[in-house]
Design a protein around this ligand. Sequence first.
Ligand SMILES: Nc1ncnc2c1ncn2[C@@H]1O[C@H](COP(=O)(O)OP(=O)(O)OP(=O)(O)O)[C@@H](O)[C@H]1O
Length: 284
Amino acid sequence: MSLLEIKNLTVEFQTASGPFRAVDGVSLKVDEGEVLAIVGESGSGKSVSMLAAMGLLPWTAKVTADVLTFNGRDMQAMSDSDRRKIIGKDIAMIFQEPIASLNPCFTVGFQIEEVLRIHTDLGRKARRDRAIELFQSVGIPNPEERLGHFPHQMSGGQCQRVMIATALACNPKLLIADEPTTALDVTIQKQILDLLMKLQDEHGMGLIIITHDMGVVAETADRVIVQYKGRQIEQADVLSLFSEPKSVYTKALLAALPENATGGRLPTITEKLTDAEIFAGAVR
Ligand SMILES: Nc1ncnc2c1ncn2[C@@H]1O[C@H](COP(=O)(O)OP(=O)(O)OP(=O)(O)O)[C@@H](O)[C@H]1O
């Protein structure tokens, strides 16, 4: 049984100019201990598909799926309160903007201890000890002191470490990391990716990494889904995708990597391919 299984997920937003289909027939499976990357350009519906699966989209979104299960439980049939017990505990998410994702009005210590208060029956002292232990595990120096800091007193990289510690607070079975390094300096990006991979390995979690960066895919994923304008274009294990991409779009994405540049100029993808060609070349 897969940890997360999604079949034929569709998301349509009601907008002023009519319905807009942001996700169209996405299917995926993630197992325990597996790293799945969802890669695609901005607007390809990567974040919306995961937010839809978690039931975290606003009411303007109409979400349908043939199958949407977590650990064998039907997420669509679940009550909101049952879903809330799972989200943040068994499924955790981290986002692109760590500083914006934290509440500026509370110390980081309060925020991580609050997650523990909601999802565990640990007492006050045990929650503090666990928070210190979590900060240590994500490499935050002087954790006792840092717990008393507000987000604005910390760097972007440190805030992302706080987000990761908070996400791991309840030992989730699945972690969804939405562009976890995009907002960070290049030198910090590698540290955060290495940390995520180390923790994923230690905890044996399923991990979904949402990214637009093929470099991140190469460094992290076991399997990859390529998405374009809400549709799945190709799904493969990481080695096959890089060595034998099947769809024209994946080939174009790989050709656009800096290391494949020829003549000092990078080819852009959409200048070479039309939507019709991309969708016709999809391999599902
Ligand atoms: N609440 C909303 N109402 C209407 N459209 C939305 C809403 N949220 C997202 N969208 C649209 O859905 C599409 C997919 O957005 P999504 O954020 O999933 O893209 P993405 O692939 O994650 O790219 P990015 O990395 O830029 O976030 C976009 O065109 C976006 O404008």
